[in-house]
Design a protein around this ligand. Structure first.
Ligand SMILES: Cc1cc2nc3c(=O)[nH]c(=O)nc-3n(C[C@H](O)[C@H](O)[C@H](O)COP(=O)(O)OP(=O)(O)OC[C@H]3O[C@@H](n4cnc5c(N)ncnc54)[C@H](O)[C@@H]3O)c2cc1C
Length: 386
């Protein structure tokens, strides 16, 4: 498989690299410190078409694919992960379910504004009582035949992009009935922001991703039209497994960007910083550390691009997506730790980008399937069933 970029993708990569360097890098530190959502940067990303990258032009998209999305995410995350996760969640979790499973009316209603970045979509799967065990959903939705509406009750936690001023919808998973064997029928339903009874809590105080939006949501007799069902009733579980499989590739690209950003910053610092009369980068101990970091970032890139290429060409990609997510998140954490070490005391100061990268790295081993869940998926694909 050829993992070199086509001229179009290389141009996209360069455009996003420039944007990250010229627009994101100078501003994001202040947003991060203030735990503030960077509306002006997100608006600009919308104008560039980044939120529409993998969607068809007829819905306002750029007509690209998951490779294009991954390229953009990697370049953004080389500089900052908060803006990268805002894009990742907006595209993979917010808009993609509508693109893959929505009716023509739902696509016409939501996709053009989502692609333009005018509104953000969110995906509410995780609940306070369980994230990894996604089949244990407790939120319920009952169809009221008198009004032809779903009545939703329950709560969701840790939902990205769910409470910004421009959030337009949250797709939530809910139990809508029981199968003959008593197992829950899980369905996905679009809930527009501002629906009566839909409450969005204040943002969490997080360790990292501080310029991104993460909230707890609650639903008390929230009524939405029956037509807001996304896909078929009872297919919600299968649908979100597909969304998560794809999303892992996007998170892997983001993690690769963070791992590469750690190399970028470390090389720069190792040339500038002097100790014992010479640059610290003249020491083989530092050189070897940086070489290992580069090796890990490079291999992570090959892994996510391999998974993305398989997805784009319609081949099975589940195992490769899990491998890429597991590997890239592990090396992101490794590289962030090593980059901080190379920066010495300055690496512990928030004004240095590596401090932000260190804080932003850990969640990559947790969100959209923990590393344990990735190992479970890989083992299952290898034929081991517990
Ligand atoms: C900043 C942030 C943003 C997020 N954004 C979203 C979002 O937009 N939408 C959304 O739906 N969710 C979101 N999440 C939720 C995230 O996907 C979950 O936190 C994650 O899937 C883990 O679920 P949990 O926190 O309930 O942990 P648990 O499932 O309770 O797991 C706790 C620990 O036990 C381990 N574990 C569980 N089961 C097993 C097992 N069988 N074998 C071995 N180990 C096991 C896990 O790997 C983990 O280490 C977000 C989370 C965060 C922190």
């Amino acid at each position: 498989m050829d993992h070199r970029l086509s001229p179009e993708l290389e141009e996209l990569r360069r455009t996003v690299e420039e944007f990250a360097h010229d627009v994101v890098a100078p501003k994001i530190g202040d947003f991060y410190e203030r735990h503030e959502f960077p509306y002006e940067i997100v608006r600009e990303m919308g104008r560039m078409g980044l939120f529409g990258l993998p969607f068809p032009e007829e819905y306002g998209g750029m007509g690209g694919d998951y490779l294009a999305l991954g390229i953009a995410l990697e370049e953004l995350a080389r500089v900052d992960s908060s803006v990268a996760i805002t894009l990742e969640a907006g595209v993979s979790l917010g808009a993609m379910p509508i693109h893959l499973f929505g009716t023509e009316e739902q696509k016409q209603e939501w996709l053009p504004r989502l692609c333009a970045g005018e509104i953000l979509g969110a995906f509410g799967l995780t609940e306070p009582d369980g994230g990894s065990d996604a089949g244990a959903t407790r939120t319920t939705a009952r169809l009221d035949p008198a009004t032809d509406e779903w009545v939703i009750n329950g709560s969701k936690c840790f939902i990205t992009n769910s409470g910004t001023d421009i959030t337009g919808l949250v797709t939530v998973t809910a139990v809508t009935g029981r199968k003959p064997d008593g197992k829950p029928l899980i369905s996905a339903i679009i809930v527009p922001s501002g629906a009566p009874g839909f409450t969005v809590a204040a943002p969490y105080s997080k360790v990292g991703w501080n310029a991104s939006d993460t909230r707890e949501l609650s639903f008390a007799d929230v009524r939405v039209p029956a037509a807001n069902l996304l896909g078929e009733e009872g297919r919600g579980y299968a649908q979100f497994l597909r969304i998560l499989d794809e999303g892992r590739i996007a998170i892997a690209a983001l993690a690769t960007g963070l791992a590469q950003g750690c190399v970028d910053e470390s090389v720069k610092y190792a040339k500038e910083r002097h100790a014992f009369g010479r640059p610290i980068g003249a020491n083989q101990a530092i050189q070897f550390k940086v070489a290992d970091m580069e090796m890990k970032a490079h291999t992570a890139r090959l892994a996510w691009r391999d998974a993305a290429s398989r997805l784009v060409s319609g081949e099975p990609f589940k195992k490769e997506a899990a491998l890429a997510k597991l590997y890239s998140s592990t090396v992101a954490v490794d590289n962030a730790r090593d980059a901080t070490q190379i920066h010495g005391g300055y690496g512990f100061m928030n004004e240095y980008p590596v401090a932000r990268m260190w804080r932003d790295s850990k969640i990559l081993e947790i969100g959209e399937g923990t590393s344990e869940v990735q190992r479970m998926l890989i083992a299952r694909e290898l034929g081991l069933v517990s």
